[in-house]
Design a protein around this ligand. Structure first.
Ligand code: F0G
Length: 482
């Protein structure tokens, strides 16, 4: 995909796969969508998938599997203990990452629970380039806190910097000194970042950050959930590594860390997770937590079929033809929206295209959740489901006041090998329409607000009848059935 050139046509992403099984989609009429959105409490997590035309909520567990992944599922070895499937998976991970100790877990946040439970004590700090919602929730649950030290440029929405997920090395050293090295449970680097636009971190930055960690004797943890996109960006953007293969780069990255964990709902294109631990003693000190929270040590809550599929998926994540598809579709979408003037995070990152709701909906105060409102408006005006990544996804401060997110984003995820370019064009078209009608979008307020991870189950309502008015404007341009 990465290198195929066109003759007369503009350069567009070209799929290096063909479709073998399809799922029919339907687009509910716009009035129906308003009804469904109201029933869902203006929270896109609460929508039913059957009521959605293009589901761009996430790439988690919804990437298309390959024929090789599906066929591998047939040889899954069912056993409570000692499944051959586990050993095949573990051997593949050892081959790729060079670490032989593997703790299976049912998904990424389960790995985060195990890590936090083992290492975080009340008053401890975990340093990160940027947090991820579930990673942070487990740490704060245990009385720890998170310090996010992404470089300032990572939070600038429009930019042409190649690695906006880099951690600020000066701040890192200062933070270790301020907190006291014995109070830092571990340093977690996320490659690439989820909440700030899927922006990658460079190999060089990971090397320098882990060097500092070693100097102070602090444990280093890599969250590799989004590694496949990050590998693509390192290969494309990091000059010094352009002649290295994806496998070589992966191994160079892995060699920097004590622990690597990932959600296999992303890395591996299946559903599951694992923690790889370099040191034998450390590994044994974590082992008992797996049967307690996940399942026996050779399945960790995963289905053996999924484990077989992800073992093939790990190999596919080392293939540039495969890992380029997400970032290239995202770049195409971001470029077209940017050309039209829609505020988007640039350069395009991994995971999805990110709309900058703080600019698009600058008329909505942050306490009325501009990104939450924009994501609902996009479902109304196109049946497209995105995800709010802003203040709604934060938790309140201890005193009950809002903790305003540093960025107000709407994420339009591109699950791998799922959507075609014409569907991408439809998304671009509807976002343009909404952008031209942005002044009609109003705020949201909570009706029911859970204390933890409120964005999953919270129920909201609009602050006025703006959804009805927006739908009327939409019908004028597209009719009742669109
Ligand atoms: N780390 C990162 C960087 C993630 O993006 C995710 C999940 C996790 C950890 C947790 O993994 O879902 O398997 O428990 N991100 C999903 C998303 C939920 O939609 O961005 P999980």
């Amino acid at each position: 995909m990465a290198n195929i050139k066109f003759y007369k046509h503009e350069q567009i992403p070209l799929e290096m796969h063909k479709v073998k099984i399809v799922q029919e989609l339907k687009l509910l009429p716009v009035d129906e969508r308003l009804k469904k959105m109201t029933e869902a409490g203006f929270n896109t997590f609460q929508l039913h998938n059957g009521d959605i035309f293009l589901d761009m909520l996430t790439d988690s567990g919804v990437n298309a599997m390959s024929d090789n992944m599906q066929s591998a599922m047939l040889r899954a070895d069912d056993a409570y203990a000692g499944s051959e499937t586990f050993y095949r998976m573990k051997d593949k991970l050892t081959e790729i990452f060079g670490i032989k100790n593997c703790l299976p877990a049912h998904q990424g946040r389960a790995c985060e629970n195990i890590l936090a439970t083992r290492f975080v004590k009340p008053g401890n700090c975990v340093i990160m380039n940027y947090h991820f919602t579930t990673a942070k929730a487990h740490i704060t649950r245990l009385g720890g806190h998170v310090e996010e030290l992404v470089k300032d440029e990572g939070l600038v929405s429009k930019s042409d910097l190649p690695f906006k997920g880099n951690i600020d090395l000066k701040k890192l050293e200062k933070c270790i000194k301020d907190e006291g090295k014995e109070n830092v449970s571990y340093i977690r680097l996320e490659s690439g970042t989820n909440l700030i636009g899927g922006q990658p971190i460079s190999y060089e930055n990971m090397k320098e950050a882990t060097k500092i960690a070693k100097k102070y004797g602090i444990l280093t943890v890599l969250d590799a959930s989004l590694l496949q996109d990050n590998l693509y960006f390192i290969k494309e953007r990091e000059e010094k590594l352009k002649d290295k293969s994806v496998r070589e780069i992966t191994r160079m990255i892995a060699d920097l860390f004590d622990i690597i964990y990932f959600s296999a709902r992303k890395f591996g294109f299946a559903r599951g997770g694992a923690i790889l631990v370099r040191d034998d003693d450390l590994f044994h000190s974590m082992e008992d937590l797996i049967p307690m929270f996940e399942g026996f040590l050779t399945y960790g809550g995963m289905s053996v079929k999924e484990m077989e599929a992800m073992t093939v998926g790990f190999d596919e994540s080392m293939d540039m033809n495969i890992i380029s598809q997400g970032p290239q579709f995202i770049e195409y979408c971001v470029k077209k929206l940017d050309e039209y003037g829609v505020p988007v995070i640039t350069p395009g990152g991994g995971l999805g295209a990110h709309l900058d709701a703080s600019v698009i909906c600058s008329h909505i105060p942050q306490e009325e959740y501009p990104a939450g409102a924009l994501v609902c408006a996009l479902y109304l005006c196109g049946g497209i489901r995105g995800m709010e990544r802003g203040t709604l996804s934060e938790e309140r401060n201890a005193d009950g006041s809002e903790r305003f997110a540093s960025m107000e984003l709407v994420r339009l995820a591109f699950p791998r090998r799922v959507f075609t370019l014409s569907q991408t064009e439809y998304v671009i078209d509807r976002v343009k329409w909404l952008y031209d009608h942005r002044d009609m979008i109003g705020g949201l307020k909570f009706v029911h607000e859970p204390k933890t991870l409120r964005f999953f189950t919270g129920i909201l309502e609009p602050t006025s009848d703006w959804p009805q008015k927006l739908v009327e404007a939409y019908k004028k341009d597209f009719g009742e059935d669109n």
